[in-house]
Structures are given as C-alpha cells and as structure tokens.
Design a protein around this ligand. Structure first.
Ligand SMILES: NC(=O)c1ccc[n+]([C@@H]2O[C@H](COP(=O)([O-])OP(=O)(O)OC[C@H]3O[C@@H](n4cnc5c(N)ncnc54)[C@H](OP(=O)(O)O)[C@@H]3O)[C@@H](O)[C@H]2O)c1
Length: 254
C-alpha cells in the first residue's frame, strides 16, 4: 500500500524523543501509515538516521533538533520549527521524550535531578501542548498522545520522582481532553510497562522480578506500544478522549 492511501495521509506529526527508543518505533509507525513525521531530540546524527530509515521505507520525515530541558523560548522554537518542517499545523503531537531515572532512594536524589526530571518530563510536554494544542483547536482537528507509564499508576520504591512525573502526564491527559476536546482535539495517553528498548539492559536487575509476575511474563516490544499510540492518534479512536491505555503485559491489572 502506498503511504498516501493510509489512515494518516495528509496529517503532520511531531514525535518528541524520536532519536532513540520507543520514539523511533512511534515515528516509523506514523510514517508507515502516511503521516509526515517530524523526528526530534538533541542528537542530530541519530535523528537524521531515523529520518533516513523512514524515507527509505517510502515515508516522509524531517529532523528538528530539540532540547526540551532548555525552557519556554526553546520549546516555542521547537514547535515553530516542526510546523515549518512539516509545512503546516502539526495535527498529531506525541509527547514521548522523557528522562528515565535509575531507581534511587528519595534521600539520595539531588535538587538538580528533581528539577531536571520535572523540566523534561512535565514542563516540556505542558509547554509544547500549550503552543500546539491551540493551533490544532483553531483548525478543529488534532490528536495528542502522551506517553505515561505504569509507574504513574502505582507506587514504586526508589522511583518517587519518575513516577510523579508520569502521574502528572496522566493528569494532564484528562485535563487536556476536557480543555481541547470540544474544539475537535482528542487527548489520550499510553501507559507502558517495561519495553524492550536499547536502554532496557540498564534496568534489567529491577525489571526481571517484575516480568516474572506479569500475566504476559515478558517485555512489550516498542512496536506493540507504538501500535497503541497510532490507534489513539487515528480516527479509529474518534470518540476516545482522556483514556490512559495500559500496554504493560497486564501489570496494571495485577
Ligand atoms: N523504556 C521503558 O521501559 C518505558 C516504560 C514506560 C514508559 N516509558 C516512557 O516511554 C517514553 C520513551 O522512553 P524510552 O525508553 O524510549 O527512552 P530513551 O530510550 O531514553 O529515549 C528517550 C528519547 O527522549 C529524548 N530526550 C531525552 N531527553 C531529552 C531532552 N532534554 N530534550 C529532547 N529530547 C530528549 C532522547 O533523545 P536525545 O538523546 O537525542 O535528546 C530519546 O530520543 C518515555 O516517556 C518513558 O517515560 C518507557
């Protein structure tokens, strides 16, 4: 099938944090379904490589460099650059970029680590949505998919900060669904459990005991999580607003 025949034909998507990990799979899945995808992150070489892979598969993409921890002006620049690269209003925003933190006792976390985590994981998606959400609302069409986490739904020793940032993402999802839904912009979230990304090995000691208790007994693949994102971004989810869809091998159910 040609990308032009598929469910995101004519749509423009920005996927934050798509130079590595889950974001690469999300960008690839949106592009395979016809979206023009703006790939973003701090690392230009990795971003250009993702764009090359998408184009080689027949999709359309461009890279926009983004440091989401650099404050309001820089986030507005990212939004402007993404719209310019895609030649029009961004219709699909995937707030995916985040700082992943090794489990650390609360007393050992520095104030700077606390500020950095909230800056990238909470302030950035809030500010970016505050710029792009109204543009989508003005055109009466848009979908925002936030990447939360199972850790935002449960308590987790040593992960107080990361879990709190993801709980904030889940809360934003519901508030933004109420705020933007009447204007034709749907806002939803995916809450993944452990995913088999390149970085997963760093967390293997913490994740192994969890996996042994999951109904699925395994990691999710990035592609499985990306499929939930594209579903929520698509017209197949036309009357779904404010949902937090777990893709976690059943962890939230146990
Ligand atoms: N991996 C899991 O098991 C898991 C489980 C549940 C939820 N999640 C969520 O899934 C999402 C993706 O996680 P992942 O595992 O794919 O992480 P990852 O492999 O560490 O990738 C993170 C992405 O975010 C970008 N990024 C990080 N800091 C940034 C900054 N300051 N400015 C701009 N971009 C930044 C990175 O790009 P650059 O380095 O190029 O900036 C990279 O593309 C996150 O929201 C995470 O919380 C992951």
């Amino acid at each position: 099938m040609s990308p032009k025949d598929t469910r995101f034909a004519g749509r423009r998507a920005l996927v934050t944090g798509s130079t590595g990990g889950l974001g690469v799979a999300i960008a690839g899945a949106l592009a395979a379904d016809g979206a023009f995808v703006v790939v973003s992150g701090r690392d230009r070489a990795r971003g250009d490589a993702v764009v090359d892979v998408i184009r080689a598969a027949g999709g359309e993409a461009a890279f926009v460099v983004a440091d989401l921890g650099a404050g309001t002006d820089s986030i507005r620049d990212v939004a402007d650059a993404a719209s310019e690269a895609a030649r029009g209003t961004i219709d699909i925003l995937v707030n995916n970029a985040a700082t992943l933190l090794m489990p650390t006792p609360t007393a050992d976390v520095t104030e700077q680590e606390l500020r950095d985590a909230f800056s990238v994981n909470v302030f950035a998606p809030f500010l970016l949505t505050g710029v792009l959400g109204p543009c989508m609302a003005e055109q009466g069409l848009g979908a925002i998919v936030n990447i939360g986490s199972i850790t935002g739904l449960r308590g987790s020793s040593g992960s107080a900060i990361y879990s709190a940032t993801k709980a904030a993402i889940h809360s934003f999802t519901k508030s933004w669904a109420d705020e933007y839904g009447p204007a034709g912009v749907r806002v939803n979230a995916v809450a993944p459990g452990p995913i088999g990304t390149e970085r997963q090995a760093e967390f293997a000691d913490h994740v192994a005991p969890v996996l042994s208790r999951l109904p699925s007994r395994r990691l999710s693949t990035p592609e499985e999580v990306a499929a939930a994102v594209t579903f929520l971004a698509s017209d197949d989810a036309a009357n779904i607003h404010g949902a937090i869809l777990s893709v976690d091998g059943g962890w939230a159910a146990t």
